[in-house]
Design a protein around this ligand. Sequence first.
Ligand SMILES: NC(=O)c1ccc[n+]([C@@H]2O[C@H](COP(=O)([O-])OP(=O)(O)OC[C@H]3O[C@@H](n4cnc5c(N)ncnc54)[C@H](OP(=O)(O)O)[C@@H]3O)[C@@H](O)[C@H]2O)c1
Length: 291
Amino acid sequence: MKYNLENKTVLITGGNSGIGKAAAIQLAEMGAKVVIACRSQERGKKAVEDIQNISANANVELLQMDLASQQSIREGVAEFLSTHSRLDVLIHNAANFDQNLKTPVLTEDRVETIFATNHIGVFLMTHLLLDLMKSSAPSRIINVASKGLVMYPNLDIEFDNLNGERKFSVQHAYYHSKLAQVMFTYDLADRLKGTGITVNCIRVTNVAIPDERLTHLPTWLKKIYNIKRKMSITPEKQAQTYCFLAADPAVEDISGGYWDETNHQVKSNKHSYNRETWQKLWNESSRLSNL
Ligand SMILES: NC(=O)c1ccc[n+]([C@@H]2O[C@H](COP(=O)([O-])OP(=O)(O)OC[C@H]3O[C@@H](n4cnc5c(N)ncnc54)[C@H](OP(=O)(O)O)[C@@H]3O)[C@@H](O)[C@H]2O)c1
């Protein structure tokens, strides 16, 4: 489905790879100004060139930002605000799933790296951009979670383990951070009622990861990824849901939804609907992001 996104500005994190890059290309093809927020200047510049060439849209820019660093997020957003007068769509696509992390590693802000990148960074960046999004309304925020969460039906936010101090594995920290994304979506959607900003979350399915992202992994893990790839969809296919939520008029007024790769709403796990947990998570996220 093609939409007309001329005069719309889209900011997408992690637009240099995988689903984020595929979505950036599709959004640029529809005429949007696309800003990709990336931690690496080198990978970001290369991606901007690719996206411009493939989409035939020169209106693609790089914003350097490391989501694991609150200073970098603050500086990146300040730069964005000084150079852009509107923001129609904000897509929090980037995420850390670093299989090399064997123990919790704290960022410079003293937050465990996966939780810092996949949740606290998202929380902080959203807050810093809210005024601009309100003045650009109707506008849309899109968060990204994972279908893998269905394997954790009893997972809840572990307030005594936000930094992995009680137990840690990459998988656990990753799904915990993605559950936080689901709850943050529901809570923020509620809080933004009446502002003209909608907030939705995508339940990303098993999507093929490009070979170049796997080079650092041990052989046994590469084999697992290669098997998974046979059952996965392409980044381009999953990116269509990003575009649907970013642009389709049918979802203009829908907020607080959790969406699968066929653009249908799905349920999340039982604990994700607990409003008391939303509030507690909000308080902890405000504290950890120094807002
Ligand atoms: N692929 C799947 O099967 C799958 C399944 C469920 C959910 N998801 C979700 O889908 C989204 C996209 O995943 P993908 O498959 O496209 O993965 P990907 O190709 O590995 O892309 C991840 C992106 O996030 C960026 N990133 C990681 N840490 C960052 C940081 N600290 N600051 C800024 N950017 C950072 C990466 O940048 P670098 O190039 O610098 O590393 C990269 O651009 C993620 O939210 C992921 O959790 C994917």
